[in-house]
Structures are given as C-alpha cells and as structure tokens.
Design a protein around this ligand. Sequence first.
Ligand SMILES: [Fe+2]
Length: 270
Amino acid sequence: MYSKLLIDFQTKFMQIKKFYGFIFSIALVAFLAISSFNSGSSTASTNPIDSSSSSRLITQASPGEFTLPPLPYAYDALDAYIDSQTMTLHHDKHHAGYVKNLNEAIAPYPDLQGLSIEELLRDLDNVPEEISATVRNNGGGHANHSMFWSIMTPDSPGQPTGEIAEAINTTFGDFESFKEKFNTAGKKRFGSGWAWLVMNEDGTLEVTSTGNQGSPLSEGQYPIMGNDVWEHAYYLKYQNNRGDYLDAWWNVINWDEVNNRLTTAKSWFE
Ligand SMILES: [Fe+2]
C-alpha cells in the first residue's frame, strides 16, 4: 500500500519536474532571444540627431555616402510655431537635395570620402576647386540642417538651462539681450542665410551670421546653435514677417541639445 503510494508520488513528482523544466527552458530561450535583439538594435542605431548622439560629428553611413537624418519628432510636432507643411518640404525636399548633391559631388574623390561633414567644411581649402562651391553650399546645407532639426523640440522649457544659460549670461548680460542680438543678426541677413551662436577658437561665444549655406566651421568657429532664415523655413506661416518667425522660434529650442553642442564645441578646439 505505502509502496504504491510512494511510487505514485514519485511518478507525479517527475512529471511536474519535467513540466516546469520545460517551461523554464522556454522562458530562458525567450529571454536570451529578446536580450540579443535589444543589444543588436541599440548597436545599429546611428541616427545622427538622436538625442544621445546628436552632438557628435555627423559621419557617413558608409564612406562617401552622407545620409539624411530623420526628424527626431513628428512633422507637425512644432505646429504652433512651425507648420507641418514647411517642416515636410524643408526636411524631405530641401535637406534631402543638399545630401544628394553633396554625395554626387564627392563621389569621384576617394580622398574626401571617410571625412565627416564637419571636417570637410573646416578644411575647404583641401577640397578640389571644381567642387569647392558645391561642397560649401550642399555640405553646408547638410551640416546646418542636421544641427537645426536636432536643436528643436516640442517640449522646450522656453528658457536656457545648464551651462549654456550661464555662458549666455556671462557673455551677453542676460537671455533677453542675447535673443535680441541673435534676432537682429537674423533680420539683418540680406537674402538667405543663418543666424548663429558660435564658439571661437579661444573659447569665447559670439553671435554671427552667414549667407546662403555658409557654415561657421569654414570660418574657424564651431556652431553651437543656429536659426535658418531662408524663406523656405518660414514663408508659408509667416510670409514676409521674418521677425515674427525669429521671435516664435525660441519656443521650440532644445536646450539640452544646445548644451551637448557647447560641450562638443569645447572638444572641437582641443
Ligand atoms: Fe533651410
């Protein structure tokens, strides 16, 4: 009697052990598969305007091939200040065009391939004369717009934060004085161009402006933040009122990213 009960108990125990052993094995395999997938995904993420990497140099996906970085937010995310049609055309048509033209220009020049866009623009004297203007315009367009998308966000705090806030106060007195100086640079830019906050080689900050797609990198400066004052950036919503666009733009600044670029600017000159 007792021996039969013991045998039944041992049989049941072995069945339960096998069942839970099987479940445990399945769970272990699933866990390892998910871990492997996540690890591969994070390694493959090279979006140059991803918030964690946007301040790094904008390198090619493969030598000689620059790529259009995706917007880090929806086309209509900034709609209160920059309309979605403008964002769509600006990113998908204008910026995409700069990338295409740049790639076509440097394709026959293996020596230029493998350089970051910042290195190309810093050393324009090393670019062959026959493509120098194309690289200045389209390479500048690529670098400028990659920066532009990254320093905007629908979740702006409205005021500078962290180290850049202190640097602005030290250099310009206060945020309002800085904004006024920056907006004036944008308003006074005749035709198309950009207003900039740059770092000079000696570490000082300065408000400047470039025409067309000129980059501060070609002037020996590092662009910390810049606003696009080409009509394609604002005309659908603001028509000829560039000043209104310049005023509104401060509502969408990603100050965390501006701080990242301030850090990169310092290392650029080391
Ligand atoms: Fe633009």
